[in-house]
Design a protein around this ligand. Sequence first.
Ligand code: G4P
Length: 198
Amino acid sequence: MKRLKDKIRTEGIILNENVLKVDSFINHQMDPKLMKEIGQEFASLFKGEEITKVLTIESSGIAPAIMTGLELEVPVIFARKRKSLTLTHDLYTAEVHSFTKQETNEITVSRKYLDSEDNVLIIDDFLANGQAAIGLAKLVEQAGANVLGIGILIEKSFQPGAEDIRKRGYRLESLARIQSLAGKEVQFAESKEMVNQQ
Ligand code: G4P
């Protein structure tokens, strides 16, 4: 998606060979127009599929997920990483280990909002090791529901998540695929565009 790649080129900050900071438009301050276009892009990519729910994980997945749900006219659920005061039982749960943060979270969704009739589109901002997306797919499968696809804003193709997800048989659609962040340069996967970041 050109607009997302342009934004990464102009505003993304490469912290090191593995981490791209996108705090000015995704992870802290958010760009609503970009999010709206992202929602339209996912809706177009998955048009023709009978999606009944969009599922994401708090917090940075929520904005693109809600825009996608708005376009598809279906409800949006976010899995929680922290225990909720009011949501304490009848939960689907999965363990998600973050290699980046070296922590494990138990993610949860209420059984009320997913059932075996659902066809679910999973949305998240980053795909690194794939643990969040796989954890979300496990929640869907616990409900006996169907994962129709996984939509990612920024895939770091040099990390193992994308391959792992495709090997598991899920349809993966990533709007920007980064091949490398080495040498303080963003190299996108498809077009091999090289951008100097000073
Ligand atoms: P994985 O789910 O693909 O295995 O990813 P990993 O554990 O490596 O990532 C854990 C957190 O770090 C996730 O956010 C993920 O979005 C984020 N992350 C991974 N790689 C990058 C990167 O290159 N840049 C940025 N900015 N974030 C990255 P989270 O802890 O769930 O945070 P949030 O959703 O609450 O913002």
